[in-house]
Design a protein around this ligand. Structure first.
Ligand code: NDP
Length: 244
């Protein structure tokens, strides 16, 4: 049987790395992307080839830059014709008062977290429509629903991802392409490493589950959503330990 193909953006570490390992373990050909951490991406490729004996390709580039995304999809479509699954995971955080935020900082958050989803979906969709099948999973945040103090740009970017998910799902349902988002709570990755021990403890106390989520838990939900019945589309699925 022909291998299925998935692209995971931001796969060098954290949530994206775990998603990549999950799809590889299930026999997918995995396209791995990140912007800068090529050494870490190569390490993920080595793990995939050694542990799961499956093939894997590297497509580096800034997914917030439409020229880089064109290059990434030229490589992918030359290699496999059409993705079965696109996981838009790459993202950055920005913590600080909105009134202190510079224009370039705002643009970087919106480009990386939201415009990237537009660029990658735009490139992935045409062959999916021709084939009348495809799954798109966008990694969002509970702050896209609730809003976080000192994370206004980040919250706005993820609220945008949620809106894009719901609208695109309606646009693509007639073509049998499903689009869903996973709204993560606090997940134990580098993104939260800047917090002090006290801040971490306060956050854990506020989470009904009493702990951060793991990247493997998110990867499992992404896998499940990507293989759910086709009637699951346009949903923003919370994985937040009961926080919201
Ligand atoms: P990490 O910081 O651990 O990893 C981020 C990944 O994204 C890295 O592989 C990084 O690679 C890549 N990346 C960043 N910018 C770009 C870019 N412009 N182009 C391509 N790749 C890029 O983050 P997490 O694993 O924690 O987060 C993954 C996703 O989950 C993000 O969308 C985040 O917003 C979301 N999320 C995370 C939560 C958490 O608590 N951790 C909570 C809610 C949502 P490189 O270094 O090479 O740029």
């Amino acid at each position: 049987m022909e291998k299925k193909n998935v692209l995971i953006t931001g796969a060098s570490r954290g949530i994206g790395r775990s998603i990549a390992l999950k799809f590889a373990a299930e026999g997918y050909h995995v396209f791995l992307n990140c912007r800068a951490s090529l050494d870490k991406l190569n390490e993920v490729k080595t793990v995939i080839e050694k542990e799961y004996h499956t093939s894997c390709g590297i497509v580096t580039g800034d997914v917030g830059d439409p020229r880089d995304v064109s290059g990434i999809f030229e490589q992918i479509h030359r290699s496999c014709g059409c993705l079965d699954v696109l996981v838009n995971n790459a993202g950055i955080s920005y913590i600080g008062l909105l009134m202190d935020m510079r224009d370039d900082e705002w643009r970087r958050v919106i480009d990386t977290n939201l415009s990237s989803v537009f660029y990658c979906c735009r490139a992935a969709i045409p062959p999916m429509i021709s084939r009348r099948s495809g799954r798109i999973i966008n990694i969002s945040s509970m702050w896209g629903n609730a809003g976080a103090s000192c994370e206004a740009a980040y919250s706005a970017s993820k609220a945008g991802v949620n809106g894009l998910t719901r609208a695109l799902a309606k646009e693509l349902a007639p073509s049998n392409i499903q689009v869903n988002a996973i709204a993560c709570g606090v997940i134990d990755t580098d993104m939260n490493r800047q917090l002090s021990e006290d801040e971490r403890q306060a956050l854990e106390d506020a989470i009904p589950a009493g702990r951060y989520g793991t990247t493997d838990e998110v990867a499992q939900v992404v896998w499940d959503a990507a293989h759910a019945p086709a009637y699951l589309t346009g949903q923003v699925i919370g994985v937040d330990g009961g926080y919201l």
